[in-house]
Design a protein around this ligand. Structure first.
Ligand SMILES: [Zn+2]
Ligand SMILES: [Zn+2]
Length: 408
């Protein structure tokens, strides 16, 4: 059975945004076609109590609002920080953790308390002084419940396990003996399966994709997602599907849109009057020729460093996607997705297709939308469905890539 899941999100407690109502999230999930959504920030005590108060368990390990079909699973992101002997700087890596029930969340909170870790923000830190201590922490979390899943998040970004800041060659440098428990990785917005499947340490793992959203907006929830093949709609079947790699497909950002894709410096950096982007030859020592400061290595080059071209990859089925609301806005030459005209077109389409995912998977878009919406918008939707779009310039130094749809 197919299940569309977005496993990674944040609440207002992770900073940056105001409070996000679960009712709003549920509404967007239905429009997008997301069946199960990770709650975000589930171990932050205020959030835990809110979730417990608002949600009811409807299937084992899956929760819902009263009289509502959208399902939630309990999820948080945790930042693990440790000192590896052979590295000068601390190694920092973001992780998604999935929990089967509230009881295991309370045990997790107790563990953090015993370790003296602050649990005062949506996305907390767990620190350690040595790799061994980190490994013990990971095993202790894992021992709370056999269905807890720990998944390295957005692995190629600067804060991801394989990011350029950490500069690790192998996952075992960080996980040690815990590596056998790592069954999946999150590709993140700046990388797609094709870039990752030739990296030796990742070849055997399940690739999942999530929005990592901090908002319930139509271009945030489900901007990346995973379709799993599950035996049943419950938490245990979802975890089994992750562990056994029963992924039907993932929907991904085009990596060139991601904020860390190429190496460069933005125009608004100190000492800069214009931006600089390196598509081919990266300067030695990563020193920016304009401001003489060090640049972060782009995800594309970082992947190339780790890839082994003799690996024959297991093909991962995925598609590059742009949120429909953004495609509509671009096709109407409007910058804002909040425009009434854009929203109106979106509503017309949602009256024809049951959800956005259903639209992307349909082979009769032209017939279904003909004469009911502008042909230019239909053409751009078809172009995106075929993957006929690019980002020029691509993303770099914290800036998203600039979208160009079709062969213009
Ligand atoms: Zn993160
Ligand atoms: Zn610079």
């Amino acid at each position: 059975m197919k299940l569309a899941i977005d496993f990674h999100s944040h609440s207002g407690y992770a900073g940056g945004v105001g409070q996000i109502e679960l009712t709003t999230v549920s509404k967007t999930m239905k429009l997008k076609g997301i069946d199960v959504f990770g709650t975000g920030d589930c171990i932050f005590p205020t959030r835990t109590e809110e979730l417990k108060h608002e949600l009811t368990e409807v299937k084992e390990g899956l929760f819902a609002l009263p009289k509502d079909s959208s399902k939630f699973l309990l999820q948080t992101e945790i930042i693990f920080s440790t000192k590896l002997m052979h590295k000068r700087n601390k190694t920092i890596a973001h992780h998604i953790i999935l929990f089967p029930n509230f009881e295991s969340i309370y045990k997790m909170q107790l563990l953090m308390n015993n370790w003296g870790m602050k649990n005062t923000i949506g996305r907390p830190f767990i620190t350690s002084d040595t790799q061994k201590e980190l490994e013990d922490q990971l095993f202790e979390i894992n021992n709370i419940h056999p269905l807890i899943e720990i998944i390295p998040a957005h692995i190629m970004t600067p804060d991801g396990i394989f990011g350029s800041k950490n500069d690790l060659d192998e996952l075992s440098e960080f996980y040690g003996n815990f590596l056998s428990k790592i069954k999946a990785i999150e590709t993140g917005l700046s990388a797609d399966p094709q870039m990752l499947e030739k990296i030796p340490d990742l070849a055997e793992l399940t690739f999942i994709s999530n929005s990592d959203c901090h908002s319930a907006a139509l271009n945030r929830i489900g901007r990346e997602f995973t379709i799993l093949d599950v035996d049943q709609v419950d938490y245990k079947s979802i975890i089994n599907a992750i562990r056994k790699n029963h992924v039907i497909m993932t929907a991904e950002f085009n990596p060139a849109e991601g904020k860390y894709y190429l190496t460069g410096h933005r125009a608004d950096r100190k000492g800069h009057s214009h931006e600089i982007i390196f598509a081919d030859e990266i300067p030695t020592g990563l020193i920016c020729p304009i401001c003489n400061k060090r640049m972060n290595l782009g995800v594309r080059e970082r992947c190339a460093q780790l890839q082994n071209n003799s690996i024959i990859p297991i093909p991962h089925k995925f598609m590059h996607l742009i949120p429909l609301i953004e495609v509509i806005a671009t096709s109407q030459n409007l910058k804002s997705i909040a425009s009434k005209r854009v929203k109106k077109v979106f509503d017309v389409i949602m009256n024809i297709f049951p959800s956005e995912i259903a639209l992307w998977q349909s082979d009769s878009i032209q017939v279904m939308l003909d004469k009911r919406i502008d042909q230019k918008t239909i053409n751009q939707i078809l172009a995106v469905q075929k993957g006929d779009f690019k980002f020029q310039p691509p993303g770099y130094d914290g800036t998203y890539g600039n979208l160009i749809v079709g062969d213009k």
